[in-house]
Every structure is written in structure tokens, then in C-alpha cells.
Design a protein around this ligand. Sequence first.
Ligand code: BGC
Length: 717
Amino acid sequence: MVSAQQKSQVYLDVTKPIEDRVENALSQMTTKEKVELCYAQSKFSSKGVSRLGIPEVWSADGSHGVSDEKIWDEWGGAGWTNDSCTAFPALTCLAATFNPDLSLLYGKSIGEEARYRDKTVLLGPGVNIYRTPLNGRNFEYMGEDPYLASRMVVPYVQGVQSNGVAACVKHFALNNQEISRGEINVNLSDRALHEIYLPAFKAAVQEGKAWSIMGAYNQLRGEHCCHNDLLLNKILKNDWKFDGVVISDWGGVHNTDQAAKNGLDIEMGTYTNGLTTNGNFPYSKYYLANPFLKGIKEGKYDIALLNDKACRILRLIFRTTMSADRPFGRFVSPEHSEAARKIASEGIVLLKNDNQFFPIPAGKYKKIAVIGENASRSMVVGGGSTSLKVAYEVSPLQGLKDKYGDDHIIYTLGYASGPSLYGREEPSKLNADSLLAAAIEVAKNADIVLYVGGLNKNYFQDCESGDRKSLNLPFGQDKLIDALLKANKNTAVILLSGNAVAMPWVDKVPAIMQGWYLGSEAGNAMADVISGEVNPSGKLPFSFPKKLEDNAAYSFGKLSYPGDSINQYYKEDILVGYRWFDTKKIAPLFPFGYGLSYTTFVYSSPAVDRVEAKADGTVKVSFTLTNTGKSDGAETAQLYVSKPASAVTRAAKELKVFKKVFLKAGETQAVTLEVPVSSFAYYNETKSAWEVESGIYTLFLGASSRDVKGKVDVKIQ
Ligand code: BGC
């Protein structure tokens, strides 16, 4: 006989199935206790059930490192001395590795840090699609291609969650700009929604089995995404069978009725705008607090709505803090530094390298001028909610000094940008002309110049809550680069940014490297690649346009981007990123999937295992890849598909598979890429379903979206 007491303890029994524990805990809770699970009690926590020993839910930003402890009801740091984390590279860098194994390592490492810090939920990763190079938050995301983002997000989520910490995939969905982010109403076709903007979320949910997801600030078709019936009830919870928790973005909830009925589970940050304002409202006034409780008591809301939310939150707690399989985590360990360094060095993209400017072995030059503010500036601070308090950060300047010796490096700022402030800009007080003049002097007297510039984490740069104002480099850098080139033609440009920039000097500089925001190990990773100890293998996760007008979203005018502050229309539809450049035959400055190596690779012509296949079949594309140069290296082979004759508009190319292959100097490997024919489908708006058209498809094997090495046709029955 099971006693009443034993029965009431089922939820505590870690050997019992989670669903039994959930049901058991729920059966012992009052309505008020259930409602209390559904809204914040502090800036980054919500209640558990203290009477039953069910812990609170504690979350922390973000995707690149676990942020410091905050004051209970303020955005400011609480001043603890045990919470300085490892900063991992920004997600654009991770995407540029094209290496899902590194994404697993990333997720596992950052998840360990979150676990050590006792977090229930890590507020990341972000997978909003790169629609415009002006979006201030692109650095937090995984680029412009839904397939690449999908392949990279899944292992990240799995890695985080292997620590008994929930990943919170964000921002669901269509938060693709920061201008008017809190209210802009996004209008787009079902095809663009399903083919471009949702796949990475779907993969995170269905393959990654994400335990939570964060609603976006903006609206979709007239409803805010944090309580959007189509997104949350229909697509996420019904179609995708998501059994986790929908957490609002901080301040993204606006209405009790919709919050109650349209799929939101936990309301956070209401009456604030994310980081700057503090409303003087008690948490009990949140939309899902007293107003929701009142509505339930009055019979306005079905108790089933509340039970569903409470079950999801309990499930999250049993999966994390009340799980028997929860490891203990670790914080700022040497393994985390090693992981950060590896990811950073594999994500760096070599864009141009005339006359083998790079690599620069130690001892080759006596005097190396390092010029540019980004060589010495902290890149982990600023940018909004991803700003980090770190245990350490090796700057590019420090990394280069360590590699080449202090005596061989001369550093000068060149330009200055002012402090990283949130929500406002403040120019530097330093004199730009004097900085320029000093830089020219240094450049003249050096063997070579390594210019380290780009964007930074200031407002209107790569920073939350604002978009960039132009594609150009800020703070007078174009003028500075021109002047440096006149002073010393051996000037290479290294850009740190999470976004594409215009490069009016592109033809004049011998070498260009795209360095991203690289985290704690930035300088070491950069020096590894510059010195040749690591052979660069990063590829661009988004296209660099020659000019802003070439970007699809921008080219359709204000209603397309950034909207009229009320509405916006995604007029480019499915033709986002390289899909636009390729279909419209616009040459980008640097294409999606592009990146050089210190060695060279030769592809053989691709062969297919079948020339005809069924809609549920698989096509195998085989070829050999040879490293024909003198150093070991890695190449990411990419397979794109096109459907020349189609009932609907099709992109000229869509990425379907990629594989990063490591090859020793001189080595040849046979490579086979398997493509499921189901991935050729388009989203049929009339049927609201995916459909594989019959007919001829062309498969392009390439080293980038533009550098096609061979193609084969396949007929689908
Ligand atoms: C951001 C989220 C972040 C949250 C908590 C919001 O401003 O949009 O990405 O997780 O703040 O800091």
C-alpha cells in the first residue's frame, strides 16, 4: 500500500518519470501558487514553490558568457566578487567556424559556467536571421542562412542542456532589427516565415530539444510575439510539439488576455525596456500576476490555461535544478579558455591575402606597427544585455606582443570612439587629427602595419536597442586607413565586428581579416592565426554587400526597413542574403560561405549516386578534396541546390549541406555529402505544408556561395 505521505512525495523522487512528478506536484499546489510560477519576482528570477521545496527559476544572460549577478530589482551589477566569467566568441564567430563540433564544445563549456553559477536558464543562444547589416544585434546571431543557423544551434543547445541548465533560444521570432523593436509589426509571407525565419528555431526545438524559448519584442501580424497565437500556440506548441517554457523578453508583455491565452508561460521584465528604465511597479502588477489570478477566479480564464503553464514550468525545474543527472559545472577553467581560443581562431575569416602577406612568423619583421582602437579596447563590455564582467580578456595588442615580443610592436590608437554606453553615444574627447598624425608617423617607421579596427559595442554600432546608421566604418576609420596606406603600403586591415562593413579601400590593401568579437582569448586567437600557428578556416556566415543599396531589405525602401515605426513589410520575401545577391545577379563584396586559407584546395568534379530520386529519398554527392599547399588546413565544402523551373519563385541557390574537412598538406580525402530530398521542399502557402516539386534540380558544389567547383543535375520523381 502506498501511503498518502509517499504519494505526496512522488515529485521529489528523481527516479520517477518527469511527467509523474509534474502531475504530482501540480496536484498539491494552490491556484495562487501556480500563478506565482508565471511571473518574475526579481529582474532575473521567478518563484518556485517554497512550501514544497521546489526551487526558484534563475536565469542569466547570455549567449557569449554568463553575466554577473544583478541587484534584485535593478539592472546594475550586485558587486559580487565570484562572478567574473569566461567570455566566449560572439555567435557570428561560432557560425563562421562552420563546425558543429565546436558548437557542441561552446554549449557544453558555457553551460558548465551557468551550472556552476547555479542558473536554471541560460538566456541564449540567439538565432534571428541576418536580414540587414544595420541590425545592432547581428553579432549575437548565427548569420543569414537558415540551414547554417540550424546546424549550429542544435549542438549548442544540447551542450548547454547536458549540464542540467536550460537553453533559452531567442528571440522568437522576427526580431531582425532594433529600431522600433518594441512595437514594430512585421508583415511577411508564410513562405519567408517558414523557409527563412523559423527553421533555426524549429531545429533548436525538435532536434536540440530546447527546454525554453524567449519571445521577441516585436509584433507579427498585429500581435506581440511574446503572446502571439500563431507563433506560440499554433506553430511552436501545436505543430512543433514544444513541451518547454516560453519566457517573455524583458518588457515584451503588454496584455493579460493575450498573455493568458496565447502561449506565454513566464513574464519577465515588464514595465522596463530591457536595460535602461526601471518601472516602480510591484511584480504583483505584472500581466500574468494579480490580473491573471483575478481572471481565473472570476472564471474568465479556464484553469486549464494555468495548469498548462504551471506544468511546463515544473517540467523545466525537474529537468534542471531538481534533476538527478545534473552535473556540478565549472567556472573559468583552463578547458574553457582553451575552448574559447579554439572557437575564436577557427572562426576568423581571411578575406584577402595578396602576396601571402599573412602568415607572419615570429622574427620575420623587426618593427610591427599595431594601429587602431580595437587592438586595445575591451570588446566584452557594451553591446547591451551581452555585456560581460570577465575574469580576463587578452586584447589583440597583448596577444601580438606575447607572440612577437614587446620590442617589436609599436602601438598607437589611430582613432578613438568614446565609452560604450547603452542608449546613448558620447564621442571621445581625444583629438582626431592628433591621433591620425601620430598614426601616420608610426606607420612610416614600421616594416608593416596591422590595422585593428572595425565596429565596437557602442550604441549605434554592434549594440542592442539601436541599429547602425550606415554601412561605413565609424570614427573616421576610412580616412585613417587611406592615410596609413599612403604612409606604408604594407598595411593589413583586421576588422572586429559582428556585421558587414563597406570597404572603399578594398583594392588598395594587401590583406584583410574578419575577426568578430572573440571573447576572453581574442588576442591569443588572433595572434595564432596571424602568425600561422593556426591556419584560418572560417567562412562568412553572411554576405558583405558592396553598398547598402545592394542589401535586399534596404533596397525596398523604408517600409521594408526599418518600417514606418508601426508596420514593416519584408518585401524581399525569401530572397535574404546570398539568395538575393545570387538571384538578382548582384556581386557582393565578399559572398556568404567565403574564406581563404594559407593553403590551397582542389575539388574534383562531383558525382551523384543516382540521377533520379524520390521525394523521400537521399542523394549522395561524392568528390575528392586535396590540400595542394604546404600547410595543413581545413576547407568547408558546401552544397547548394537550385530548381531552375519551378511553380514558385526560387532562390538561385540554397545551402543544403556543408562539411568541414581537415587535410594535412598534400592529403586527399574522398568526401560524400548526403542530401535528403525532403530538404528541396518549398513551403506551399495554399496547402500550408512543405512540398517537394518533381523535376530537375541542380546541385552546386562550392567553396562559397559564389565559388562553384562543379554541378550535377538530379531528377526528382
Ligand atoms: C534582451 C534579451 C535579454 C534580456 C535580459 C533584453 O533586453 O532582448 O536578449 O536576454 O534583455 O537581459
